[in-house]
Design a protein around this ligand. Sequence first.
Ligand SMILES: Nc1nc2c(ncn2[C@@H]2O[C@H](COP(=O)(O)OP(=O)(O)OP(=O)(O)O)[C@@H](O)[C@H]2O)c(=O)[nH]1
Length: 319
Amino acid sequence: MVIAGASWIPTQTPPTTSTIRVARRSRAALVAVVIAAAGSGGAGRAEPQLSQPSLDSGRMRSSLTPLGPPVSRDRVIASFPKVGTQEHFHRQVSAACQRRNMGTVGLKLSKVVVVGDLYVGKTSLIHRFCKNVFDRDYKATIGVDFEIERFEIAGIPYSLQIWDTAGQEKFKCIASAYYRGAQVIITAFDLTDVQTLEHTRQWLEDALRENEAGSCFIFLVGTKKDLLSGAACEQAEAEAVHLAKEMQAEYWSVSAKTGENVKAFFSRVAALAFEQSVLQDLERRSSARLQVGEGDLIQMEGSPPETQEIKRPSSLGCC
Ligand SMILES: Nc1nc2c(ncn2[C@@H]2O[C@H](COP(=O)(O)OP(=O)(O)OP(=O)(O)O)[C@@H](O)[C@H]2O)c(=O)[nH]1
C-alpha cells in the first residue's frame, strides 16, 4: 500500500469493518491512497434483480475450523446467493474451499468501485451496508473514500474493499484514478431521477476504460427505492433493467434508508467476486505447476482433477 498526502485519519474500527477515511467530505486535504489492485475477474451479466434473492447467508457456518478472525453472522455466506440460473458455487470452487486448497487463503480481497452522479446515494448505500447507519443530510464526497468489509465465504475469509467515489464533476479526475484494478463496478443511479440513469452509461464507460476488457462484474443499482412505489417504481425499474441488459450488468433496486436489499446485494457482490478469485487462483496454480524452467510448458495428457473444467462462472454473461 502506498500512501501519499496530508491527512490520513484512521477511524475507530468496528468489529467487522476496517475503515480508512480518504479525503472524506468536508475535510480539506486530499489524500491519495493507492492499493495494489486486487486480481481482476469476470464479467458482468444481464440478470435483472428486483426482489430479494434466495440467500442463505448468515444461516449456516462452515463446520471447518475457522481460518481467520470470526466475522459477524451476517457476513457469513455458506451457499451461493442465487440469482438467475446458477444455484451453487462452481464445483471447483466448492471443492477447493472444502479442501482449503487455496494459495493465498485468508488474504483474499477484491476491489469494488462505486460510481454514479452526485447525490444518487453511493455513500449512503455503502454506509448502510458497512455501518448500518443512514444519514439524511447530504455531505458531498471529496475525491474518494473506502471501506473494507470482511466476509467468510464457504468457510474462507474474504474481504471487499469498497471504494466510494465522488459524483461531483470537479472531483471526477481524482476519483477516476482509483478505478483501476476493480473486480466489480457498481454504477448507481437515483430511481427518482431518470437523468442519473442516463448518465450511468458514461460512468461505466469511464470505469471500464481503466480496466481490462471483460475483467469486471458490472452491477447497475437503483437507489432510494423507498421514495417510489406502484407504477412509478415499476416504470423506473423497467427502464433500468433495459439498460442493465445493454450494459451486461446485473440490476438491483435498493434503499439505504430502509435497508431494503442492501445486505443481499453486497452478499451477491462478495460471492461472485470470491468465486471468480478462487477460479483465477486455481487457474494460476495449475498453469504454474505445468510450467518448468523458463517458459517450457509440459503438455500433460490428463489434467489433475482440480484443473479440470476451470472456466468462468456460468453466471457471467459478457465475455
Ligand atoms: N430517501 C432516501 N434518501 C437517500 C437514500 N440514499 C441516500 N439518500 C439521500 O440522498 C442524499 C445523497 O446521498 P449520498 O449518499 O451522500 O450521495 P452520493 O452519491 O454519495 O453523493 P456524492 O458524494 O456527492 O457523490 C443524502 O441526503 C441521503 O440522505 C435512500 O435510500 N432513500
